[in-house]
Design a protein around this ligand. Structure first.
Ligand code: FES
Length: 245
């Protein structure tokens, strides 16, 4: 193994090969491979970029272009937990901005609030917490929401968010409002790469956790109660003509 692959052991190399083999064009494996890299280091380092490039026959510039485009790929080491506070319009209006401000102040030091993608504690160590502001987390019906390692905590307030991060700092893992039990950022990154826990009970808890809430289903429930259905689709809908260039 070359020196630049040093953080990535034989097991990770085997997993990278498995990812590359899943696609007709191996470069399609880049997105999950970047998550695999994050599951090792807690971020996409320069070594991680070189590793992906080598595994997929890409240039480091091509890998960097992808890694810097998507916000789920972190350029600095993440804490044990990543706390994403939705500050998009609806959440912001209902308190998301206040939650983000409060968490920043609470986790900051010497009067300096913690900023976007900054970490309280030592990244990767138990109880370390990185915060970020996020765009719509697709749970507007439960606003304001935040996520820890992409698990939902609905209907938050500044006070409940502070309680939550204090519990994380103590090494606790409070149950999300719905979905899978809370684990940690690196473990979730391994799943996002496409590798799930082998223990059957852990696997089932992760994939079977109910992800919907009553609010999420209310529209569908109302339609079912009233017998409303969507208009039937025609069997054959002609495609629009394309204008010749
Ligand atoms: S605006 Fe926050 S989840 Fe949509």
């Amino acid at each position: 193994m070359s020196a630049q692959q040093e953080p990535f052991d034989a097991d990770i190399v085997a997993k990278a090969r498995e990812l590359a083999d899943r696609y007709p064009q191996s470069r399609s494996a880049l997105l999950p491979m970047l998550h695999l890299v994050q599951s090792v280091q807690g971020y996409v380092s320069q070594e991680g970029i070189a590793f992906c490039a080598e595994q997929l026959g890409l240039s480091e510039a091509e890998v960097s272009a992808v890694a810097t485009f998507y916000t789920m790929y972190k350029r600095k080491p993440c804490g044990e937990h990543l706390v994403s506070v939705c500050t998009n319009t609806l959440c912001a209006a209902l308190g998301g901005d206040a939650i983000y401000r409060k968490l920043g102040e609470h986790l900051g030091e010497d009067g300096k609030p913690l900023g976007h993608e900054e970490t309280a504690g030592t990244p990767g160590e138990r109880g370390s917490v990185t915060i970020e502001h996020a765009e719509c987390l697709a749970a507007c019906d439960l606003a304001p929401v935040l996520q820890v390692n992409y698990e939902y905590y609905d209907n938050q307030t500044p006070e409940s968010a502070v309680e939550l991060v204090d519990a994380l700092r103590r090494g606790e893992k409070p149950a999300p409002t719905r979905g899978a039990p809370l684990s940690d950022f690196k473990s979730v990154e391994r799943q996002l790469a496409g590798f799930f826990p082998e223990e059957e009970d852990v696997f089932r808890a992760d994939v079977d956790g109910p992800s919907q809430a009553v609010e999420t289903l209310r529209g569908a429930q109302l339609a079912a109660d009233r017998g409303w259905t969507a208009p039937a689709m025609a069997d054959n809908v002609p495609l629009p003509e394309l204008e010749a260039k």
